[in-house]
Write a protein that binds this ligand. Structure first.
Ligand code: 8YV
Length: 314
């Protein structure tokens, strides 16, 4: 459709969302442009809304070429790939897909935890490669009744805690402060949480202020048998310190959905057997991605209708 309501897509989204947006608005796809700067020079001044993935965001360089833009609708909940100081200074609203991916992400966190402790990937390889025919499988680590430490007790952290309580786990957490009404043990600092946890799960939002917070000192505070699970952002972890901790047996293992420089996963991580690797898929189910698409669409629609944005961030 050619309307004067124009949307710039920074990265691919679900086909159904693209179709819906294209039916209602004029949609340009930046990711298909061989020369992005030339393209932005040509159409940038007409763009009113940006749609992009949470993990990709949009650079200030691109936003500078969009003088009229008033909305960035993120397909995701992480805002770390957008410079919020800059968007505030330009009065650009930012919306996220709040609520709809909480369950899916918490599900994968438990999946990673179980896969790591119970050696699900090793077991699968063991059967496929025919090794079961002449060897006994290795013993794994129990999950039930163990201590789970959740770093970042927002919606996702709390959904992980609810799942963990179904596994009779003892639940500890660290967040900026104790959260009223939560019946779990609050640890005032991350190092204490690390020391006390059999499984340390990262569920915090990421930003410039907490880059590489999970560093060598946090990893050494963890018990030797403990596992690190990350479904948040790779930037929260010092990846080289993690690799070294895994190689030296400082921790038991790591189960990761996110990395410092996606999709580049260090060969040193891939080489390790006490590691479970997923390609940033915690929200990647049909159900969740459909709901995320609906939320993105609702916010773009509200923006052009000059209605309140349902999922605007503070
Ligand atoms: C998505 C995410 O995988 O919510 C986030 O911040 O990282 C994920 O839900 C990402 O936005 C890509 O679509």
């Amino acid at each position: 459709t050619q309307t004067t309501q124009t949307v710039l897509l920074i990265a691919p989204v679900l086909d159904s969302l693209l179709d819906k947006l294209s039916t209602a608005f004029t949609v340009y796809r930046l990711y298909e442009q061989p020369d992005a700067d030339a393209f932005l020079q040509e159409v940038g001044s007409t763009i009113q809304a940006v749609v992009t993935r949470g993990d990709i965001g949009v650079s200030n360089h691109v936003l500078q070429a969009l003088p009229q833009v008033g909305l960035i609708a993120l397909f995701g909940v992480g805002t770390d790939a957008v410079d919020l100081d800059y968007t505030r200074s330009r009065n650009i609203a930012v919306t996220i897909t709040s609520g709809v991916l909480t369950q899916g992400v918490a599900d994968l966190a438990m999946g990673l935890l179980l896969a790591g402790a119970r050696q699900l990937c090793q077991g699968d390889r063991f059967v496929r490669e025919g090794r079961w025919l002449n060897t006994a499988p290795a013993l794994a680590t129990q999950v039930s009744s163990k201590r789970i430490g959740i770093f970042g007790m927002g919606n996702i952290g709390q959904a992980i805690a609810r799942r963990a309580s179904g596994f009779d786990m003892e639940i500890l957490y660290n967040d900026r402060q104790k959260i009223a009404g939560l019946d779990y043990q609050w640890c005032a600092d991350l190092h204490t949480l690390a020391r006390e946890s059999d499984f340390l799960v990262i569920a915090a939002s990421a930003g410039a202020e907490n880059q590489k917070l999970i560093d060598a000192t946090v990893l050494s505070a963890m018990p030797k048998h403990a596992w690190l699970i990350n479904i948040a952002r790779g930037s929260l972890v010092d990846e080289s310190a993690l690799i070294s901790a895994l190689q030296k047996g400082v921790i038991g293992g790591a189960a990761l959905d996110v990395y410092e420089d996606e999709p580049n996963v260090p060969a040193a991580l891939i080489a390790l057997d006490n590691v479970v690797l997923q390609p940033h898929v915690a929200s990647a189910t049909h159900e969740t991605r459909q709901k995320m698409s609906d939320v993105v669409y609702a916010n773009v629609e509200a923006y052009f209708a000059q209605a309140p944005l349902p999922n605007i961030i503070a």
